[in-house]
Design a protein around this ligand. Structure first.
Ligand code: GUN
Length: 284
């Protein structure tokens, strides 16, 4: 059993990205800039945003955090996005989710112009992705693909089972794996016998946010297991995932830990996406 060390892979990619940014800045160009909009006081979001800011700084990306009050008006939020859309010094805009429930998230995500949409959530990016064209791909799915590639885990011709169908993770990751030649099965809340599908998986990916939903009986021996869930176990106060790691890990060939698996890959991919947009902006 091999542990897929997302933390180490992310650190390696961080050094590579830092070197690229240093070189361009030494040539006299401005630094890439990433704007993060945070609305309200969701505790987990505040921790994530702080972490993203720190990693941005570490690689040489200028972070700009815009923290808006819980009670901000719709017009003010649109206005903030518009201002960042027009600002020539901003390369990437990230609207931290979830927004307070009175906002329709998709309206604001679609207000970010595609050339600054660092999450790849705009319909233009999603459409390109669906049809297999180069695009900005959402950070967690692309981070997972990069992690599989780093460990030379084959994708083409493999049976992948995706548990969870969110717009942020499950759906885009399924499409990306399909485009890479995998046979992809998607399970959702209405799937009657999830185990019947998961037992066929060469690569089993879970992104539900439900603690320990993936048990040993659901996993084919020697499978690769990717855990995208992260939550705090209320009994032990430790961070855990969707996968019952202690019981599942011994029968797998590869598995991601929580924490230190997919999470760090998501954050470095956000920086790589920012850099990709920055390069496009320098050329235009
Ligand atoms: N909240 C949780 N995950 C994400 C993500 O990938 N992007 C944004 N914008 N917000 C999130």
């Amino acid at each position: 059993m091999k542990i897929l060390d997302g933390k180490a892979v992310a650190l390696k990619r961080r050094q590579q990205l830092t070197a690229k940014i240093t070189k361009i800045v030494e040539q006299g160009h401005r630094r890439p800039t990433l704007a993060v909009i945070l609305v309200g006081n969701d505790e987990a979001s505040q921790v994530y945003v702080k972490h993203k800011t720190q990693i941005a700084q570490a690689v040489g990306i200028e972070p700009l955090t815009i923290h808006l009050d819980e009670n901000v008006s719709h017009e003010q939020l649109y206005g903030t996005i518009d201002q960042l859309n027009l600002d020539q010094t901003i390369d990437g805009i990230l609207l931290q989710l979830p927004l307070p429930t009175r906002f329709r998230e998709e309206d604001y995500l679609q207000a970010i112009i595609p050339s600054k949409d660092v999450d790849g959530f705009h319909y233009v990016h999603q459409g390109k992705m669906l049809q297999g064209y180069d695009s900005i791909y959402p950070c967690t799915p692309l981070g997972v693909i990069n992690l599989l590639n780093e460990y030379q885990i084959p994708i083409q011709g493999q049976n992948v089972v995706m548990v969870g169908t969110s717009n942020i993770v499950g759906k885009p990751l399924a499409v990306m794996l399909l485009n890479l030649g995998a046979t992809v099965t998607m399970c959702n809340q209405n799937t009657q016998d999830i185990k019947m599908y998961t037992q066929t998986a060469d690569i089993l990916i879970s992104a539900t946010g439900k603690q320990f939903i993936i048990t040993k009986e659901m996993v084919k021996p020697q499978a690769t297991v990717i855990d995208i869930g992260i939550m705090r176990d209320l009994k032990t106060n430790k961070l855990v995932g969707d996968v019952d790691y202690d019981n599942v890990a011994p029968i797998t060939s590869n598995i991601t830990p929580v924490p230190g698996g997919v999470g760090p890959m998501t954050v470095i991919t956000l920086m790589e996406n920012t850099f990709k947009l920055y390069q496009d902006h320098l050329q235009s």
